[in-house]
Ligand binder design. Sequence first.
Ligand code: ZN
Length: 473
Amino acid sequence: MSKHHRCLPLFAAVNLLLILQPSAIGLPPTTTPITRFQNYLRINTAHPNPDYNTAVEYLTSFARTIPTLLIQTLYFTTPDKPLLLLTWPGSNPSLPSVLLNSHLDSVPAESSKWLHDPFEAHLSPDGKIYARGAQDDKCIGMQYLEAIKELEINFHYSPTRTVHICYVPEEEVGGFDGMARFVESEEFKKLKVGFVLDEGQASTTEEFRTFYADRSPWHVVIKATGVPGHGSRMYDNSAMENMMKSIEVITKFRENQFDLVKAGLADPSEVISVNPVFLKAGIPSPTGFVMNMQPSEVEAGFDIRQPPTADPDLMRKKIAEEWAPEWRNMTCEITEKGTLKDFMGRPLMTATNDSNPWWSIFKQAVEAAGGKLAKPEILTSTTDARFMRRMGIPTFGFSPMKNTPILLHDHNEHLKDSVYLEGIQNRAQLKHRSAHFQRSNKDSSLLCAKFSSLLWTCTWLYQNFLPNSNQLL
Ligand SMILES: [Zn+2]
C-alpha cells in the first residue's frame, strides 16, 4: 500500500464515501445493500436444520465480486457444516492480521408469533427489516463485505494488515463444531490473528456497546439421597429435607448477587447469576405423585454464569461444601461449559485501557466517526469470542446498532434499514454532504451512509499503524 493511502485522513475517506452516487458504485438498479442483506436473511440457517451450504454459496458469490478476496470453504466436522473464510491480503503479511467474525446460524423462530414470516425479510414502510438473524448476527456478516467492497473497488484501497472474514457454523449451539474446532486448527494458526471483532448487541441509546468478555456458563446438578418414609413421619436427613436446605443456601447466594445489581453497584453481567432450571423429585402415580411417601432421591439443576473476575476454585469449593455437602448425603455434578481463564491462566477478558493498543485504536475510530461508546461491558451470555480470548487474542464484541431495541432471539427480531446502512457514520458530515448528493430513491440516499462502524474501525486500523509496527502482537 502506498504512503498516500496509509496516511489518508479518516475523514477524507469518509467525505469521499459520502458523496458517492449509486452509478459510481456500478450496482445493477435492483441490487442494493438492503436487498443483498434481505437475500442473506432469507436463507434459513435456523436450528435445528440450518442450511449452511446455501448461505456459504450466497456469501461466496458476493465475495467473488471483490477481486482481491481469497475464498476458502473449510470443513472440520461434516459436509453440512462448512466454515467460510475470506482473506483480504494486506501489503505486509508479516504483521498480525485482523479477523472479522460472524456466525452463519441462528436460533429457531416461532413463525405464528411474528408479524411477518421470519425468513421473508419483510421491509416495512417505516424501514424495519423483520427476520431471524437480522440483529444476531447476519447484519455484521454482510456489513463486513459491503464495507470491504467499497474500499476495494471505489478507493483501490488495500490494507497494510491482512484482514480475514470468517463465517462460522454452530455458534448458537455452543460453537463446539464451529469456532472451537477452527481455533484449534492449523489453518487458524497460519492466519496469525492479532485482533478480532466479533458480534455485540444492539444499544437502546445513542451510545454503542462494546463487549470485552463473556460470562462463562456452568451447569450444576445437585442430588440428595435419603431414607424414604411415610408421608406422615418427621425424621432427619430425608432427601427432600436436605435438598430444601441446599436450596435455601443457594437462594441466599443468588439474592446477595442480585442485590448488588438492584442497588446499582454492579451490572447484571458483573455478578454471578444462579437460576434454578429443574427440580426432579417425587414418586409418580397415575394421577400425579404419590402423596404419602417421602422420596429417596431429589435432583435440582442450576444455570450459573460467572464473569471472568470470579474465582472458579472458590466457586467449586462453595458448591461442594455449602450447596451439596457430603455430610448431608449430597453429591454434585458440575459441567463447565466454558473456562474463566485463558491459556496463560489470566482472566478471560480483553483489556479496555491503555495497556491494550487495540482498544485505543478502536475507541478513536468510533469517536472520530462521531460515535460515542458506552462503558465497555461483559456480555451476560456467551459467544464464539471466548475461543479467541482463550488463546490470548484481543477480541471485542461490537455490532453497530444504536437506538435499536434488543431483539436477539426474540419474536419479531428486526433492524431498521437506516441503522444497518448508517452504522456510526458521522451524522453531521452526512447532513452537510447530503446537500451535494443527488437522491434518486430511498436506497440511493441511504447508500451514501452505508458504511458501518466496521469500516471506520478497519480504516482506522489500517491507516494509523505503520507497516513495521509490531506492538500489536
Ligand atoms: Zn449471535
